[in-house]
Design a protein around this ligand. Structure first.
Ligand code: G6P
Length: 613
């Protein structure tokens, strides 16, 4: 979702801003713009890609040591040049970029219209810059005070950057519920701001994450932070542990493929130092203080969105199976708006790759306010959900740039399994042999994922057969049902082919009506307790001439004889199977999308980090 970049210092700002915007493209956007100050404030913006903006900039004078840039994902008003950011005040001296939503923008707009302000766009952001301008005129105060006063009256979520032609060395930034990071450059004589660290890390590793309700005045040689209540705070400088390689494609055509192939490594990183099979040792360092709440919980609620919600569904099977605690998995967006019943002792596990998803964050805040203990399972270190949680564990997957989540899913499942095993061990609901068996198998999973990735060429070939299909059905049972949902989600989000995931037995209550010789049906039919049942489901599809692609366990012979295509994955414990069975589905979606000419890393209309509800 929208991206922010800003620079003030001795270098030319424009190339830094453009490069930064390109690094943020993965978040999803529909238009881009920059504002630069060199004597005067100039804004260039347009609908389309950053490369389109670059064409607009050709031949223009782009000097200036301060600048801001933005990629917009439309909320208020269609994607268009005029709705793109930065937005200007009517004096054309102030420019603003904004991520998030100003919820009370209409009432503020009405007041401003009554005062004679004219609007060029349909955005809430333009309302905010006129509002700041109006407050500054009315109170005759410095710009930072006008920004502060405006924000105390604003309802909603925002990360903003304001620059002024009259202050050509200053950026004013603020945040509430939308992330903003400040990079401290060489000798603290230059500063960067961004909506996440990716545009910053090639210049500096020293960063300050702005806290909710804080604003900062950044000059070319100083940084001061205070709360919106006007109380100064001391910046907490962190050193980022992120390499430039991790945010570059490293020879792969798309980030998504790179991230699929990174899974043996990312899964190893998710487990590193957290298990010793021979000693039956399993420990998540971040979950200690409140471990007892988990162990004694009467029920566990899991919240998340998208792929993270699917990881939660896998965890439901795992926790109920081995720790014997009832689990409810909820879409964060539904949970937060239906007055959920939270009892004393309930615990909530919030799963989020970005740690910034607005609905998941709001669900966390709601559950916390009702007394639940929150465990955050996030990828992005220092993200809002990780900070809002009582405790948690990072999945350590490294930056995930492709909008379609792949390596985050498998790492989430690994961490959730470790958590389930920790609870089970403490509750004594798992015997030592079973614990050792599962830990040993988990320890070996990266090698099996590596083996599964060797299917790539076979799957690419298969993708060419199905690339023109209009619909796909994905079926699975047990732990593989969430994998069916995830496989369908991957395909629809990047290839735009309609796909549905279903529990295999539920197919006969509806989707079976769709099946004919045109309908590819992916059945995850690995050898587990549902094996016999899923064979019957495959027969039901075949009797209606559906084309079946079966994901089976290596060496399986019976299903092979019934179906049209077979993909063999290595054998593992059924609870760990999602870590293997999801891989061919990721690859299938990837190759189909590439063959259809889709932009795999930046699918239309989607955002990587959904910071609006
Ligand atoms: C967006 C992304 C998905 C992701 C979901 C939840 O829709 O495109 O890939 O699964 O948000 O994101 P989170 O960061 O909370 O896991």
């Amino acid at each position: 979702m929208c991206g922010i970049v800003g620079y003030v210092g001795e270098r030319d700002a424009c190339p830094i801003i453009i490069k930064g915007l390109k690094r943020l493209e993965y978040r999803g956007y529909d238009s881009a713009g920059v504002a630069l100050i060199n004597d005067t404030l100039r804004v260039y913006k347009r609908q389309g890609k950053v490369s389109d903006l670059e064409s607009t900039l050709k031949g223009k004078s782009l000097k200036g040591h301060i600048g801001i840039g933005h990629t917009r994902w439309a909320t208020h008003g269609e994607p268009s040049d005029r709705n793109s950011h930065p937005h200007l005040s009517s004096t054309k001296k102030l420019a603003l970029i904004h991520n998030g939503i100003i919820e009370n923008y209409l009432s503020i707009k009405q007041e401003l219209v009554a005062k004679g302000y004219k609007f060029k766009s349909d955005t809430d952001t333009e309302v905010l810059i006129h509002f700041i301008d109006d407050i500054q005129k009315h109170h005759q105060c410095p710009l930072n005070e006008a920004v502060r006063l405006a924000l105390t009256k604003v309802v909603g979520a925002y990360a903003i950057v304001v620059i002024s032609e009259d202050m050509p060395n200053t950026m004013i930034v603020a945040r509430k519920s939308s992330p903003l990071v400040i990079g401290i450059g060489k000798d603290a004589k230059e500063f960067f701001v961004a909506s996440d660290a990716t545009p910053i890390i090639e210049y500096t590793r020293d960063v300050v994450y702005l806290n909710d309700g804080e604003m900062a005045v950044i000059e070319s040689n100083s940084l001061s932070i205070k709360t919106l209540d006007d109380v100064p705070t001391t910046p907490y400088i962190q050193t980022l542990d992120m390499s430039l390689d991790s945010i570059e494609k490293g020879g792969y055509e798309f980030f998504m493929l790179k991230e699929i192939f990174e899974q043996p490594r990312s899964i190893r990183d998710a487990m590193r130092g957290r298990l010793i099979p021979a000693k039956r040792h399993v420990q998540l360092g971040g979950i200690q203080k409140y471990l007892n709440n988990l162990v004694k919980a009467k029920r566990i609620i899991i919240v998340g969105c998208g792929t993270s919600w699917h990881a939660g569904l896998v965890a439901e099977y795992m926790i109920e199976e081995i720790a014997r605690i009832p689990v409810e998995v909820e879409y964060a967006s539904e949970f937060r708006y239906r007055n959920p019943i939270i009892n004393k002792g309930d615990v909530v596990i919030a799963i989020s790759q970005s740690g910034e998803t607005a609905d998941t964050l709001a669900a966390v805040e709601l559950a916390k306010s009702k007394g639940a203990i929150i465990f955050g399972i996030c990828n992005v270190v220092g993200s809002s959900i990780s900070r809002a949680s009582h405790e948690g564990a990072y999945i350590h997957a490294g930056p995930e740039i492709g909008v379609a989540s792949t390596k985050a899913f498998t790492s989430q499942v690994v961490v959730l399994l470790l958590m389930a095993l920790m609870i089970a061990k403490n509750r004594k609901t798992i015997d030592k042999y079973k614990l050792e068996e599962l830990l040993t198998e988990l320890d070996n999973i990266p090698n099996k994922v590596e083996e599964t990735l060797r299917l790539n060429a076979q799957i690419e070939k298969m993708a060419s057969t199905f690339k023109d299909a209009h619909n796909f059905l994905y079926l699975g049972r047990g732990c593989n049902f969430p994998v069916a949902l995830e496989g369908a989600l991957k395909l629809k989000e990047i290839s735009y082919i309609h796909a549905e995931g279903y529990p295999a037995a539920e197919m006969k209550h509806g989707p079976i009506a769709l099946i004919d010789q045109e309908m590819p049906v992916v059945v995850i039919s690995t050898t587990d307790r549902s094996y016999d049942k899923i064979i019957s489901n495959i027969q039901e599809v075949k009797s209606r001439k559906g084309k079946v692609i079966a994901i089976v366990t290596e060496g399986e012979v019976y299903i092979r004889s019934m179906v049209d295509y077979v993909i063999e994955v290595p054998n593992t414990h059924e609870m760990l199977m999602p870590l293997l069975s999801v891989v061919p589905l990721q690859l299938l979606a990837y190759h189909v999308a590439v063959m259809r000419g889709c932009n795999v890393d930046q699918p239309r209309n989607l955002a990587k980090s959904v910071t609006v509800e």
